[in-house]
Design a protein around this ligand. Structure first.
Ligand SMILES: *[C@@H]1O[C@H](CO)[C@@H](O)[C@H](O)[C@H]1NC(C)=O
Ligand SMILES: *[C@@H]1O[C@H](CO)[C@@H](O)[C@H](O)[C@H]1NC(C)=O
Ligand SMILES: *[C@@H]1O[C@H](CO)[C@@H](O)[C@H](O)[C@H]1NC(C)=O
Ligand SMILES: *[C@@H]1O[C@H](CO)[C@@H](O)[C@H](O)[C@H]1NC(C)=O
Length: 582
């Protein structure tokens, strides 16, 4: 409960008179969504292959009507912002009418920028509280006008494991051969769109991509890859390496699909700390409200979920050796371990995932590289690190955003021989495919049967007290991860872009949130669309973890793709009884 304590301690000091000098910044009001139950219902039905509403996506305008603020609410928010000192010409309402942003002039050197108190990581709860309209849920700050990219090592390795551009035996053509994907299969529709995203130094080097084309992917059309925002990342940062890997994978497997590389580093400490969650919230909210959305989005970056971080520090706090506050301060010195500040922030990100799904976007996320216990690896650096590592082994610690029930989680497999016999990815008992069960989100219906079979039939499961067997189970599927699950997610996402490309050319809709259909296909046609992975597991240095097993498992999901089967089962839609009636 440490975060709540912090929020209530924050006092309101807003003072318009100070808001004059240089140092512009933006505030974004997140307005309460109306119609959330209807959105959830639309999400379920539009993603459910058995529903008459399956793939009947909603337009930006329809969604604005469903969840967006009313004219009166927008008017109230506008009046409030102006009273706080917003520059009138800077006011912007998002395409879904669910955020309003405004630019402010901050007094130089003032931590509070004259208008309120920042709780942490750009999150403002108390701003203008006394006059705040009911429709404003919370306020976040965009810093892109004032701060420089966070950088510097904090002693932990990022998801992206290295800059070794040589995959050795493990090349794009060989992976495609193992998956049964023709090496010369290129996109045929100009409108197919795929995207990768990250904050901080995230970006890509056109030179590295050109070298990759020569070495592994001669048909790659470099002109199909574009930056999305003015931020193009910065070489030297870990997220820059991440971006390069993401771009290589999604562009090689979604070959010649138009690819957007997006960087939203609009908060402090986006590269490794709790500013990341804020940047993701900003990005995903903005994306869901855009006029044009991609068909496929891959998210490689993430950290332990807010629920896992809470569990860690509450457990350490209970032992009495360290306070929860000390624990949380220590966690912020660990790179990319606790990057989401609260359940509220997570909930809003999840809403944006649902909005994207009902607009037809398929979102994929890396299942993490620390097995089921860590963001990456055990903690090091003294007694508090030892205490945290001990708690981390006692519980399974799910990560986010991959643990969200609204995206497809992609785990990892190793590469051996010709890749025909995949094993769960694990390296030196230090890094390995993430998996497990969310503490925060319940298990969706489409998972229940297969997960129950896994829990009943599998020997060597971790202690029942160490995980939430009623939670969202992940990963859903997996892919090759020699460079971590940061490789498998964009790789698999690219393959789905190719399926979407075929669908669009046949006049069929894109796939939207594809998990319910994937789970259905995997259960009904074993061995057709996914090659089952039954060896390895997520324990790493701990003495417990989730073993891979026949059928779905919490280390590799349903297994890795088999291209011809994926195309057969997802490239067409069956003619249902429903459509025949009409
Ligand atoms: C975002 O990235 C750009 C380009 O790397 C940099 O100039 C800017 O300072 C960064 N902003 C933040 C808030 O990190
Ligand atoms: C890069 O990977 C290749 C193939 O796995 C390996 O032979 C080589 O030693 C690696 N290079 C470095 C610098 O790690
Ligand atoms: C797995 O468990 C289910 C019960 O949930 C059972 O019906 C099924 O036969 C079991 N399968 C195997 C392969 O043991
Ligand atoms: C490309 O996809 C669009 C739908 O987004 C469709 O209208 C168009 O006919 C397709 N073009 C080709 C060449 O298949």
């Amino acid at each position: 409960m440490w975060r709540r304590a912090l929020l209530t301690a924050a006092t309101l000091t807003f003072c318009l008179a100070d808001a004059t000098a240089a140092g512009d910044y933006e505030l974004v009001m997140h307005l309460k969504h109306r119609g959330l139950p209807e959105l959830q219902k639309a999400f379920r039905q539009i993603s459910d292959p058995d529903s008459a509403r399956y793939l009947k996506f909603l337009s930006q305008t329809e969604l604005a009507t469903l969840v967006g603020a009313t004219d009166q609410e927008l008017e109230e928010a506008r009046g409030w912002l102006l009273r706080l000192g917003a520059e009138p010409s800077s006011l912007r309402v998002s395409g879904l009418r669910d955020t309003m942003s405004a630019r402010f002039s901050a007094p130089a050197g003032s931590a509070n920028h004259g208008v309120g108190v920042e709780d942490r990581g750009g999150w403002w709860t108390q701003l203008g509280a006394s006059q705040r309209p009911e429709s404003v849920q919370f306020v976040v700050r965009r810093d892109h006008l004032t701060r420089s990219a966070a950088s510097g090592e904090k002693g932990r390795r990022s998801v992206f494991k290295g800059l070794n551009s040589s995959f050795g035996e493990y090349t794009v053509p060989k992976i495609k051969a193992a998956y049964g994907m023709p090496v010369d299969l290129v996109a045929g529709n100009d409108t197919t769109l795929q995207m990768v995203w990250g904050p901080g130094t995230f970006g890509y080097s056109p030179l590295q991509l050109a070298a990759h084309k020569v070495a592994e992917c001669p048909l790659l059309d470099l002109s199909k890859v574009h930056f999305d925002t003015a931020n193009h990342g910065k070489s030297g940062g870990d997220n820059f390496g991440e971006g390069n890997l993401d771009v290589k994978m999604i562009a090689s497997f979604g070959l010649n699909v138009k690819t957007i590389v997006s960087n939203t580093n609009t908060s402090a400490s986006t590269e490794e700390g709790n500013g990341f969650g804020q940047a993701m919230l900003d990005f995903i909210t903005d994306l869901a409200a855009r006029k044009v959305v991609p068909h496929v989005l891959s998210l490689s970056l993430g950290s332990l979920s807010s629920g896992s971080c809470k569990l860690l520090c509450e457990s350490v706090g209970k032992e009495g050796k360290f306070t929860e506050g000390e624990c949380n301060d220590f966690l912020q010195t660990q790179r990319q371990v606790c990057m989401f500040i609260s359940d509220d922030q997570t909930a809003r990100i999840n809403t944006a995932f649902q909005l994207l799904a009902v607009r037809g976007v398929s979102v994929f996320g890396s299942s993490g590289d620390g097995g089921s216990h860590y963001s990456f690896q055990p903690f090091s650096g003294g007694a508090i690190a030892d205490a945290l590592s001990e708690v981390s082994c006692k519980y399974q610690m799910p990560v986010f955003p991959t643990g969200s029930p609204y995206i497809v989680s992609v785990g990892g497999t190793m590469w051996k021989g010709d890749g025909s016999h995949p094993v769960a990815w694990e390296e030196d008992k230090t890094y390995g495919t993430g998996g497990g069960f969310s503490w925060q989100f319940g298990m969706p219906d489409w998972q229940k049967k297969a997960v129950a079979a896994y829990l009943v039939n599998t020997t060597g499961l971790p202690p029942a007290s160490s995980f939430n067997k009623a939670g969202r189970a992940f990963p859903d599927i997996s892919g090759v991860a020699v460079e971590g699950t940061s490789q498998s997610s964009p790789l698999v996402a690219g393959m789905f872009s190719m399926i979407v490309d075929k669908r669009l050319s046949k006049g069929l809709p894109a796939l939207g949130f594809v998990s319910p259909r994937l789970w259905k296909v995997a259960a009904a046609y074993p061995g057709e669309a996914f090659l089952d992975v039954t060896e390895g597991g997520t324990a790493l240095t701990c003495d417990n973890g989730f073993p891979a097993a026949p059928g779905w498992d919490a280390a590799t999901g349903w297994g890795r793709p088999i291209w011809p089967g994926l195309l057969k089962h997802l490239g067409e839609d069956e003619v249902t009884a429903d459509t025949l009636v009409i």
